[in-house]
Design a protein around this ligand. Structure first.
Ligand code: GLV
Length: 320
């Protein structure tokens, strides 16, 4: 904290090897929170809070009094995996209903894209082809599965369920979270596989943990109904990319939307770029506003200072 005549300003150091966060937040800093780069830190001992997205391995080492690290988003996997993250530091994430709504809109758009075979119309347009022959099944006949039933999965289920699609979602453990009409939730071991078996369109919004790494693999694709499609908007490391290619090329899966990759950006020769049945987007499924990120960081930090649990704290053992 720095003090002066005005309100106290919480200076938080930004640690990312992929984004210029001080620049991104330059126009969003509030009177009470300021994001600075490591090069602007005058006394590392005064830094108690960091904001991070894909930190370097030694990113946290210079700050002996670090108490809290916040992700800029919902995911914390790269922060938790960072070797210099001290055990006692509280890791928080952003839980933003507006981000979840944005995610739900993106997922719903992909459901319509595949259900209505919109790719065919996009391909037909430059050829001036007016082809109305495809008759889509009614939404009630297209089963949508959602892997993950946290804030993101619940928003996706609510929106896609309201569009008339029967939705079945998998969550890691039972919970009292209310389930929207038209949505079935399966919990616990085997639920991911059981949902995949019942999904004509399977949407992945799981957090990345040891349990979900490589979960979208040949064995899971084989359980999906013939002609099913995958919407991968979780984390790149959850999918064995070669297995998706094999499932598409064998004709077992009909298509996929992929927003997240094992390595981002994927190299120019990555086979997904030119694949006729894969729709690639550059990790743009959803976003949180910078002001909301700073608001939640300030709230989480205030809770810690007051000796309370930070509302956005993740479980370091669960990984989310
Ligand atoms: C985006 O990838 C997020 O973690 O919210």
């Amino acid at each position: 904290m720095t003090s002066g005549r005005g309100p106290q300003v919480l200076e938080i150091v930004a640690l990312s090897r992929v984004f210029d966060l001080p620049r991104a937040f330059a126009t969003a800093n509030t009177p009470t929170v300021r994001v600075i780069g490591p090069d602007q830190v005058t006394d590392p001992a005064k830094i108690e809070v960091a904001i991070s997205w894909v930190p370097t391995d030694d990113a946290f080492a210079p700050y002996p009094n670090l108490r809290m690290v916040s992700s800029i988003a919902a995911g914390v996997d790269r922060i938790l995996a960072c070797p210099s993250l001290p055990d006692h530091v509280v890791v928080t994430r952003i839980r933003d209903t507006a981000q979840a709504d944005m995610m739900a809109g993106f997922a719903a758009w992909h459901v319509v894209w595949h259900h209505r075979r919109m790719g065919q119309y996009v391909a037909n347009q430059p050829l001036r082809i007016w082809d109305r022959s495809f008759q889509p099944p009614a939404p009630g006949q297209v089963r949508v599965g959602i892997l993950g039933f946290g804030l993101m999965g619940q928003a996706c289920a609510r929106v896609i369920g309201a569009m008339g699609f029967p939705v079945v979602a998998a969550r890691s453990s039972a919970s009292a979270t209310p389930v929207p009409d038209g949505v079935t939730v399966l919990a616990g071991p085997g639920s991911i596989q059981a949902v995949a078996e019942r999904s004509d369109i399977l949407i992945n919004v799981l957090p990345l943990t040891d349990a979900t790494r490589d979960v979208l693999d040949a064995a899971l694709f084989a359980r999906m109904p013939a002609g099913a499609v995958l919407v991968q908007i979780g984390r790149g490391e959850q999918m064995v990319e070669a297995d998706l290619l094999a499932a598409l090329d064998s004709g077992h899966l009909a298509g996929a939307s992929v927003d997240v990759f094992r390595s981002e950006p994927p190299p120019a020769d990555h086979p997904f770029w030119g694949h006729p049945n894969i729709l690639v987007t550059p990790h743009r499924a959803s976003d949180t506003s910078r002001l909301e990120i700073l608001r939640q960081i300030a709230l989480n930090y205030a809770a810690l200072v007051a000796g309370q649990p930070a509302p956005g704290a993740v479980s370091r053992t669960a990984g989310y």
